[in-house]
Each structure stands twice: as C-alpha cells, then as structure tokens.
Design a protein around this ligand. Structure first.
Ligand code: NAD
Ligand code: GDD
Length: 335
C-alpha cells in the first residue's frame, strides 16, 4: 500500500537493518525521517528522499526532536555487534536502554501511537541453549529469565518497558526477537561483525593472500540459524502492521553448525581451507535456532530464504567491498 501521508521515524537508520528498512519504507511511499548517531558519510545506506538527521538518541531531547510529527517509530538503534563485541562490551550494550526509554517517552510526549522495538534471541534463557541440537526457541523460553549477560538483559528489560508503555499509556508497541541477521550493507570487519560476514571476509582474505587457512572461533560444532535481511525487513513490517502485541520470534528455522556455515562459504568461493579452531574466542551459547510455530500461526508466514541463497549475495557484496576498499572509504564502517 502507498502511504504518502504517514511519517515514520527509523532510529538507527545508518546501521545494517535500519538502512534496509529506510529503503523499503521509501519504496512503499512513506515519508521517512532517518536518524543515527554516526556521521552520515558512515551510514551504510543514505537516501536523499528521506529526512536524514545525525542525533544521539541516548539523549531525551534528541528523541523528542526525532519523534516530533511522526506517526510511527521503528527503534533499531543500539550499541551492538556479534559475539566478539557483546561479550566484551556489556556496559556499552546496556546503555542502549537509554535509547529505547527516551524514545518511548518521546512517543508519549509527541503522541506517536505506534512503536516497534528490535529485540533479540539473546533474551532467551541460557539454560535452554546448552546443546548443539537445539530444537528451536519458543517465545515462552525467555522466562524464567537467564538472558545473555549485558546485551540480553537490556533487550529483555526494554521489551517489558514497551509492554508497560502499551498497558499504561496506550502506545501500540510491537516487538520482534531477531535471530542472527545477515546480508549486504552490513558490518563485516572492525570487531562488531557476526559470523556470516566474518566467515565471508576471512575466506576472501585467505584467497587474496594465498594463505589457505581460516580461524574459526570455538570448535565449529556450535549451532545457529541465520536470517537473510529481506526476510527480516518483510517480517518487521508485517509485525509492525499487525495486531500482535506479544514479542515474536523473527528468525530462520534452518539451523546449521558453524562448520556447515564455513563449508557453504568455501563452496561459494570454490576453495577448501585448513581450519584453525580458536577455543579461547567468544563463543556465546552452544546451540540456538528459532521455533516459528507462533509466527506461522499469527502471520501465516515465516522467513524462508535459504542460507545458501542469502550467503551467495552476502559473499558477493563483501567481495566487492574488499576489492574496492581503498577507492571508496564511505562504505566501510568505522566505529
Ligand atoms: P547496526 O549496529 O548495524 O545498527 C545500529 C545503529 O544504531 C548503528 O548505525 C548505530 O550508529 C546506531 N546507534 C547506536 N547508538 C545510537 C545512539 N545513541 N543514537 C542514535 N543511533 C545510535 O545493527 P543492526 O544489525 O542494524 O541491528 C539493528 C537492531 O536490531 C539493534 O537493536 C540490534 O540489537 C537488533 N538485532 C540485530 C541482530 C542482527 O543479527 N543484526 C540480531 C538481534 C537483534
Ligand atoms: N563473530 C564471529 N566471528 N563469530 C564467529 C567467528 C568469527 O570469526 N568464527 C566463529 N564464530 C562463532 C561464534 O563463536 C559464535 O559461536 C557463532 O559463530 C555465532 O557468532 P555471532 O554471529 O557473532 O553471534 P551470535 O549468533 O552468538 O549472536 C548474535 O545474534 C544474536 C541474535 O541471534 C549477536 O549478533 C547478537 O548481538 C544477536 O542478538
């Protein structure tokens, strides 16, 4: 539907998922206010048709400026990354509570009726994720609470704040629990990258250097499911537009080991590397996947883009970035 009179705030628009969401909303005819803390030359995607603002949304006044005049808010802003970042930066991750708190208050002050919060599979209890053969996490597995230390606690707290702002102040809040999202126009180096992008970068670097080895964190047997960005954006919009008031999994149910992920990338690249397992690196939970029973029941849909298909596109994008790194610095994320 073309929604030219609806003004939407995308918080975290300079990031990976935020950039794709802005693109999608502009195509659908929304008026978009895109906000990020980073200077705009560092945004992964920036569109002239949007109103682009650089603001620190940890500040309440900045949130009010961002929310003013908007009909909907998508909060995708957070200080986050893959395991290499969240395991070593728990305090920074928890400070993102300021962003969601002040954005919710700004929505209340400015009369914004609808609010989306990007939560995470990291809210799920650690004791449900101790085996590689994870059967898939159900929404109810978040309690009794034992989330990822730091980052996961912030996400769980912010989910509940959304719920209580809905109950107490009538803001229609929607919450998706994203499982590991990957795709083009995201972080692939610098320390915040997640496994799919990191493995692509490492394979490409091995090929370019001729040193046919790859460092893999952990023993490679740990499992995850990875969701391609197009599924994530479709699901985000569907959840926002729905009447579903409870947090919902938004993730793929195609669970693979990290060794299987590496094998897919090696196959795409046409190479077989020597694997060096680094047991002292951040590993996170032992096994994680998404149980999609609830989203299928409520939306009659679930993410379906295969890991192989998504990784081909992701690998091609990262390959091009690395090939052109010296000639186009605006693409590279510089935290
Ligand atoms: P990202 O790091 O690419 O984007 C987040 C953006 O938020 C960045 O551009 C950053 O500059 C911005 N930001 C941080 N602090 C800010 C502040 N104080 N004010 C304004 N902007 C600020 O991350 P992403 O992968 O696009 O993730 C988006 C959201 O989805 C985050 O809330 C993240 O926790 C959540 N999430 C992502 C994944 C994933 O696999 N990518 C998984 C689970 C949850
Ligand atoms: N990042 C990274 N880099 N991970 C690697 C690497 C590497 O080079 N090699 C192996 N791994 C392993 C990690 O040790 C971990 O066991 C697994 O790959 C997945 O790591 P990440 O992709 O970094 O994170 P995650 O899946 O544990 O958690 C991510 O997804 C959550 C949502 O499901 C994080 O991005 C969280 O912030 C996010 O909320």
């Amino acid at each position: 539907m073309f929604r030219k009179n609806v003004r939407v705030l995308v918080a975290g628009a300079g990031g990976f998922i935020g950039g794709h969401l802005v693109c999608n909303l502009l195509k659908a005819g929304f008026q978009v206010r895109a906000v990020d803390r980073k200077p705009q030359w560092q945004w992964y995607q920036r569109y002239g048709e949007a109103e682009n603002l650089t603001l620190n949304l940890e500040e309440k006044e900045a949130c009010i400026q961002a929310a003013n005049g908007c009909d909907e808010i998508y909060n995708l802003a957070a200080d986050m990354g893959g395991m290499g970042f969240i395991e070593l930066n728990k305090g920074k991750c928890m400070l993102s509570v300021l962003i969601n708190t002040h954005l919710l208050q700004a929505a209340q002050i400015c009369g914004v009726p609808r609010f989306f919060y990007a939560s995470s599979a990291c809210v799920y209890a650690g004791y449900k994720q101790t085996e590689t053969s994870n059967p898939g996490l159900k929404e109810t597995d978040a309690y009794p609470a034992d989330p990822e230390d730091g980052y996961g606690w912030e996400k769980l707290f912010s989910e509940r704040m959304c719920r209580h702002f809905m109950e107490d102040f009538g803001i229609e809040t929607r919450v998706a629990r994203y499982h590991n999202v990957y795709g083009p126009n995201g972080t692939y180096d610098g320390g915040r990258e997640k496994a799919p992008a990191a493995i692509c970068r490492k394979v490409i670097t091995a090929l370019r250097s001729g040193k046919l080895e790859i460092d893999i964190w952990g023993d490679g047997l740990q499992t995850r499911s990875f969701q391609y960005i197009d599924d994530c954006i479709f699901g985000t919009r569907a959840i926002m537009d729905s009447q579903i008031r409870q947090p919902l999994n938004l993730g793929s149910a195609e669970m693979v080991s990290i060794n299987q992920l590496v094998a897919i990338v090696e196959d795409i690249a046409g190479v077989k590397l020597k694997h060096n397992y680094q047991l002292d690196k951040p590993k996170g939970v032992r096994g994680r996947s998404s149980d999609n029973t609830l989203i299928k029941e409520l939306l009659d849909w679930e993410p379906s883009i295969s890991l192989r298909e998504g990784m081909e596109k992701t690998y091609a994008w990262i390959y091009d970035q690395i090939a052109s790194e010296k000639s186009d610095s605006s693409i590279v994320n510089r935290f």
